[in-house]
Design a protein around this ligand. Structure first.
Ligand SMILES: C[S@@+](CC[C@H](N)C(=O)[O-])C[C@H]1O[C@@H](n2cnc3c(N)ncnc32)[C@H](O)[C@@H]1O
Length: 393
């Protein structure tokens, strides 16, 4: 936990205690990769709530969740969301979780500030609290909004392939079935639950896995018990938490100290599934003998034929340039991905295929480690166990 830190630098792996509207202003522009925010819900609960067996229901009635009016709540929401957008990198995204009490107001402010919604995810609670009065449906879900900084933002981390592989090769959906935080995971203070709205680690695990890579920086402006920081550390990410209440800030810092970070992934393991593809320029096809000067390329769905030149340019109808430039001029379009539109004739089958297919063997050769026959997985697993054991001792 830190009260003194250098302004204009992201204080990594630190809990900052105070009001996030003030503290966010001290963080530099475009400095974090992901924001996860679990703001006050502004629950409009009226009166005490009792179970049928006359035990008291421990609902969220904390001072930090109270606002005098919707206007006040909206002003508060606008302030922190504005600052989060400023501190997010241009490749970053933001998640915010809420219930029907606040998520519609938050969503509308998000859009007003220029953010662009990518998904709304429903967290279906497999063990929700019943509606004791029997006057409404049992409220069994919360909503998460996943947003980018603007409509125009083209790059952001979404580990689509590894999420799918981890989900038994099925595309991940926007309905997430995860139980409430209970049992040993629930932090206790003097035998009572320490915080009313501690989120399950499984929820954060999924978000962090989907939207960050090891070494990225995750900011949580409403840190509570530090669930975001604990999971970030477990997954080898950096984190920054802001929490107004001293008791929670301390609890979070102590919780995270006990977390064992993972070992750095072994360089010899196969690359992660969503690793950006190595850039291979067109001329590399000539360098590797996969194509040669004088070869013909056909432009898909047209009669245009281009001739490949030794320097990696192509010539078609007296136009000379890159596969992209000549493609866009022939098609009379502002842009053209030449890798997909120019076709080569397969030597054996005679079939016309996109030239992009020819890049794969080069990528494969570049990615194959020298000792590829030696599987390293077992020794990595053994080494991890040894380090964990050593840290515990
Ligand atoms: C919904 S809880 C977050 C719980 C957290 N996700 C967890 O798993 O423990 C919201 C937290 O924000 C804190 N908070 C409320 N207003 C704040 C503010 N203006 N600045 C910083 N923290 C604030 C509250 O004290 C509370 O701990």
């Amino acid at each position: 936990m830190s009260e003194h830190y250098e302004e204009n630098r992201v204080p990594l792996d630190t809990v900052l205690q105070g009001d996030c509207r003030e503290l966010l202003k001290t963080l530099p522009d475009k400095s974090v990769d992901l924001v996860f925010a679990d703001p006050p819900y502004n629950l409009q609960l009226r009166g005490e709530l009792w179970r049928p067996n006359l035990t008291h229901v421990d609902a969220v009635t904390d001072a930090w969740d109270k606002f005098d009016s919707f206007i006040e709540y909206d002003r508060f929401t606008r302030e922190w969301l504005f600052e989060c957008r400023r501190v997010l990198k241009d490749t970053g995204t933001l998640w915010v979780i809420g219930s029907y009490h606040n998520i519609y107001r938050v969503g509308s402010i998000i859009q007003d500030l220029g953010y662009w919604i990518l998904n709304d995810v429903t967290w279906v609670k497999s063990n929700p609290m019943p509606n004791f009065r029997g006057t409404r449906f049992c409220n069994a879900h919360e909503t998460l909004l996943w947003v980018k900084k603007s409509e125009k933002q083209t790059k952001y981390t979404f580990n689509y392939q590894s999420l799918k592989a981890g989900n038994e090769d099925l595309q991940m959906r926007s309905d997430w079935h995860i139980p409430l935080c209970t049992g040993d995971e629930r932090l206790k203070l003097n035998g009572e639950k320490a915080h009313n709205t501690q989120k399950p680690e499984a929820l954060l695990h999924r978000i962090i896995r989907a939207c960050t890579n090891p070494g990225d920086v995750i900011l949580d402006p409403f840190f509570g018990t530090g669930t975001t920081g604990a999971v970030a550390k477990k997954m080898g990410r950096n984190w920054v938490g802001i929490e107004r209440e001293e008791v929670y800030a301390k609890l979070a810092a102590d919780r995270i100290t006990m977390v064992v970070p993972p070992l750095v992934p072994d360089a010899d393991l196969p690359a992660p599934l969503d690793k950006p593809k190595t850039k291979i320029p067109f001329v590399a096809l000539l360098e590797h003998g996969l194509m040669q000067a004088g070869d013909e390329l056909k432009l898909a769905r047209t009669n245009h034929v281009a001739i490949v030149q030794e320097d990696g340019t192509i010539v078609c109808m007296n136009l000379r340039g890159s596969i992209h430039k000549v493609g866009s001029l022939c098609l009379n379009k502002p842009s053209c991905n030449g890798w997909d539109h120019w076709l080569y004739q397969h030597k054996q089958t005679g079939e016309y295929l996109p030239i992009d297919n020819l890049r794969e063997p080069i990528r494969k050769a570049m990615a194959t480690p020298l000792n590829a026959d030696e599987p390293r997985t077992q020794s990595v697993v053994r080494e991890r166990k040894r380090v964990r054991q050593a840290i515990r001792e």
